[in-house]
Design a binder for this molecule. Sequence first.
Ligand code: SF4
Length: 512
Amino acid sequence: MNIVLVSPPIQDMYFTPGRSSALGMHTVAALLDKTGEKVSALNCPQQKPEGRSIPPLQGTGYLQKFIIPGERGKLSFFTGYRHFGPSFTECAEKIHTLKPDLVLVSSFAFAYADAALALIEAIRTHGCTVPVGVGGAGPSAFPEYYLKHEGTDFVVTGEAETILPLIISRIKSGSTDFSGISNTYFKKDGEISVPSGFTYPESEDLEFVWSVTGETADTMYISTSLSRGCPKRCRFCSNFITHNRRFRTVSVDKIKEKLCTFPKHKRIILNFEDDNLTFLPEYFFEVLTLFTSAVPDVHFMAENGIDYSFLTPKSIKKLVQYGFKQFNLSLGTLSEKNAASENRPLSLIKYETLLREIEKYSVPVITYFICGLQGDTPESVVETLLYLAELPTLAGISPFYPVPGLYGFTDRNLFKENPPSACRGAAFYPWNRTLTTGEMVTAFRLARLVNLVKQKQHTLLERKLLQRITATEKLHTVVRKNKRNILAEVPLMDGKMVSLFFKNRIDGLKGL
Ligand code: SF4
């Protein structure tokens, strides 16, 4: 059977090459390949990664007033939506030329559900009549949303790779009735047929898959993910919806075996996309040893964040020696009260000790925290930013967003009223009603200010910008007008948060 796997174009305010790895799609491709099927994988966002400007997405009108046309520079907010990848029609044409017997669309986040459905629409408009199925973290959260499109034949939730061979065999026998196959939703007589059971792979051993996300003359950027599932229960985390809570890894033997085909001819920056790879520290260090002994010039990143609680001064030293280029520390929240209600243990004493330790090695740190959690207030978010301003770390602010099925967000009707586009960080949507969109945008801009102040060197324009902000105690930015960069006050910022920030800046922001 000729199977085409597609990772659809992305429509968002921003997109970084690191997010285009499509590891889920590549994992499914590797497994189907093993079963002897002819498989083609189409990673659309990687084909036109620069993106093109598009009108605001449906349901995002509330955000438009915060966008400043022509804004640029380190303090800027997003400047509008972009489409990353070829047009949906071009993707459909490409799929058509591959003459598929089955099309599988990979949707890695519910936030991007509408792009997956637009691709399916284009595939059908182009005359494709073969079965089309969808899988990934997006459909795992809300399968019915994807099945509502008449072009979608079936949806597989959870880890699709064990289910797909059963579906393929049913299609080969001429049927698109998937009754009795777990995790599989499909249409029967115009109604959605819900599976009678849900399973997760029995095997402890995952596939070892990697994806090149960028390349220069001397460096290759590669992403991989070596684990799935997490037994921890942070309230804001949706990992369990797709992968369950059992922690599983790619076996060391499998990595050893496949490392002979891993690129080695350039400097490699290897990014671990895992959500909690440090859950088994011994395994993590064994893996690092394997990579460093097999790949001559390899450096590591963990852009999705490292759980700081596993770090110790000794392990920091080891990670630096292994070639960690940056520490992305995910704390979730820096409020001890919030940490308890979010089920995310927090020790600021430990965190600060670790930061001072990392500082000794001059390795940069970004500390991620979520803004807009249930226990947040505008004041607590400013307090967090002022706290981070004094520490040797950049502030990585992530506006809260849910997916269907997350704790507190199990009512699917919520997601019928609000489009998937609101389920992304860059939507700044006030899901918990603790901070308004305006307050979250203000916090985002203040975080950028904190980071700009920490920058070791500033351009002349940045110095003028900082001086203007200090003198007026108001947020300003750079705007391109009539071919000139001018400084302009940022409208609609939350006055109380900005005043609180500047009132405390003597203690909090000595550089400003
Ligand atoms: S946020 Fe990280 S540690 Fe917490 S449940 Fe999710 S994967 Fe596990």
